[in-house]
Design a protein around this ligand. Structure first.
Ligand code: PLP
Length: 414
C-alpha cells in the first residue's frame, strides 16, 4: 500500500478529529522518521514533546519488552515491584515527596484539580463547593469535558457543554489581572509556565514568581502543568526553574514515557497528596508495571544522556541563529531550550503552508495557532542535525514564496 491508500483507510474508517500532514510514517529512530514510501524526515515536533528521548530509544524499548514479558498489569488492587522504585527515582529527581501516577496528560490534570479542591475543603476549610481554580486565557490542558470547559479556544468547547463550574479564566502574563482575581476561595492557580499549544508563549520575567507570591498570600495552591514544558524541553528539568519558584503541584505526562506508552503523574508534597485516601481516586492502568518501568528508564535517559543540557545548549544556538534571519514573513521568534516558536505575520498566509513546504524538504513541523511554526525536535538531536534543519527552515522562510521550495526534492542527510 502507498501513502494515498493509508490515508484513504483512515479517512474512510476513522473519526476526522485531526488534520494531519499527509505523511504516513512507519519507522522512527532518534530524530528521524521514515514514511511508507521510504522517504526520510527529521521530526521537529517530537509528538508534542512526548518523544524528547528520541524515537524508539533502545533503552526504552528494552525496558518495555523486558517488563512486558514478565508482568504488565496487576491493577492497583495488588502491588507490583516496578512502582516503588519509579516513585523513589521520580521523587528524588524532582524534590517532591509524593507521586500519583495516571496515564494520559488530561487525567493527570484532572487529578491535580481534584487534589486542589479536596485540599481546599479539608485543609484550608473552604466552604463546601465554593473552591475556585484560576486558569489562563490561551491555556491548553487537555480534552476532557471539565478541561475544555475552561479553555478559551471556542472550537474546543463548541457543542460540548454544559461544563463543570468552579473555574475562571484570567489573561495570561498580566500581573494586575491575576492579582485582582485572587480571593479567599481560590483553591489553586493552574498555569503552564510556558504556554505550548498557545504558541510557545513565554510569560514576562517575574510572572511565575508573582503567581507564587499571590498563592502564598491567599493560601492557594500553585499548580504547574509541565506536561509539554517539563522534562528538559526548555533546557531545565522544569520550565518553572527558569524563575526559581517551586509550585505545590506539578503535572507530568508526555516525555515521562519517552513516547512509548501513556504515562502521566502529579507530584506534590505530603500536605497536598495526603488529601487522597484509599478509594478517593484511581485508575486501572495508572501505575502499572510497564508504565513504571518505562517511566523510570525515560527519566534515566534524560539524566544520563544529558538531554537537558543538550536542550539548553542547542536551543540557545538555534534561537540566536533564527533571530538573525532576515525574513519578510517572521513577526517574532521566541522560546526556551529546544522549544522555539516562529510567529509569522498574518499576511504570510498561515504557518501550515510553510510546514508543508518543509515536509517536501524532509523536515516535519506542525503549526500551532495558525501563525506559529513550532520547532521542538527530540532532545537527542545533535548539532549537525540541528544545523541541517535550520538551513531548511531558513530557506523556506527566506524564500519569496513557500510554494517555490515545494519544487525541491525531499532530501535528508544523516
Ligand atoms: C498534551 C498536553 C496535555 C494533555 O495531555 P494528553 O496526554 O493529550 O491528555 C495537557 N497539558 C499540556 C500542557 C499539554 O501539552
Amino acid at each position: 500500500m502507498k501513502t494515498a491508500d493509508f490515508i484513504a483507510l483512515e479517512d474512510r474508517y476513522g473519526a476526522h478529529n485531526y488534520h494531519p500532514l499527509d505523511v504516513v510514517i512507519d519507522r522512527g529512530e532518534g530524530v528521524w522518521v521514515w514514511d511508507v514510501e521510504g522517504k526520510k524526515y527529521m521530526d521537529l515536533l517530537a509528538a508534542y514533546s512526548a518523544v524528547n528521548q528520541g524515537h524508539c530509544h533502545p533503552r526504552l524499548v528494552k525496558s518495555l519488552i523486558e517488563q512486558s514479558e514478565r508482568l504488565t498489569l496487576t491493577s492497583r488492587a495488588f502491588r507490583n515491584d516496578a512502582l516503588g522504585p519509579f516513585y523513589k527515582y521520580l521523587s528524588e529527581l524532582t524534590g517532591f515527596e509524593k507521586v500519583l501516577p495516571m496515564n494520559t496528560g488530561a487525567e493527570a490534570v484532572e487529578t491535580a484539580i481534584k487534589a486542589a479542591r479536596k485540599w481546599a475543603y479539608t485543609v484550608k476549610n473552604t466552604p463546601r463547593d465554593q473552591a475556585e481554580i484560576l486558569v489562563f486565557s490561551n491555556n491548553f490542558h487537555g480534552r476532557t469535558t471539565t478541561i475544555v470547559g475552561f479553555s478559551s479556544e471556542e472550537q474546543y468547547r463548541e457543542g460540548f457543554g454544559p461544563f463543570t463550574p468552579g473555574f475562571r479564566i484570567i489573561p495570561y502574563g498580566d500581573f494586575d489581572a491575576i492579582t485582582e482575581a485572587m480571593h479567599a476561595n481560590v483553591a489553586g492557580i493552574l498555569a503552564e509556565p510556558i504556554q505550548g499549544e498557545g504558541g510557545i508563549i513565554v510569560p514576562p520575567d517575574g510572572y511565575l514568581r508573582h503567581l507564587r507570591d499571590l498563592a502564598d498570600e491567599h493560601r492557594s495552591l500553585l499548580i504547574f502543568d509541565e506536561i509539554q514544558s517539563g522534562l528538559g524541553r526548555t533546557g531545565k528539568l522544569f520550565a518553572y526553574q527558569h524563575e526559581e519558584v517551586r509550585p505545590d503541584i506539578v503535572i507530568l505526562g508526555k516525555a515521562l514515557s519517552g513516547g512509548l506508552y501513556p504515562v502521566s503523574a502529579i507530584l506534590a508534597d505530603d500536605e497536598v497528596m495526603g488529601v487522597f485516601h484509599p478509594g478517593d481516586h484511581g485508575s486501572t492502568y495508572g501505575g502499572n508495571p510497564v508504565a513504571a518501568s518505562v517511566g523510570m528508564t525515560a527519566l534515566k535517559v534524560l539524566v544520563e544522556e544529558e538531554l537537558i543540557e543538550n536542550s539548553r545548549n542547542l536551543g540557545e544556538q538555534a534561537l540566536s541563529r533564527l533571530r538573525q534571519l532576515d525574513s519578510p514573513h517572521v513577526k517574532e521568534i521566541r522560546g526556551r531550550g529546544l522549544w522555539i516558536g516562529v510567529e509569522l505575520h498574518p499576511e504570510a498566509g498561515g504557518a501550515r503552508r510553510f510546514c508543508e513546504a518543509l515536509q517536501h524538504q524532509g523536515v516535519l513541523c506542525k503549526e500551532t495557532h495558525d501563525h506559529v511554526i513550532r520547532i521542538a525536535p527530540p532532545l537527542v538531536i545533535q548539532q549537525a542535525e540541528l544545523n541541517w534543519a535550520l538551513d531548511r527552515i531558513e530557506g523556506v522562510l527566506g524564500a519569496d514564496s513557500a510554494e517555490a521550495s515545494k519544487a525541491e526534492p525531499a532530501v535528508a542527510v544523516a
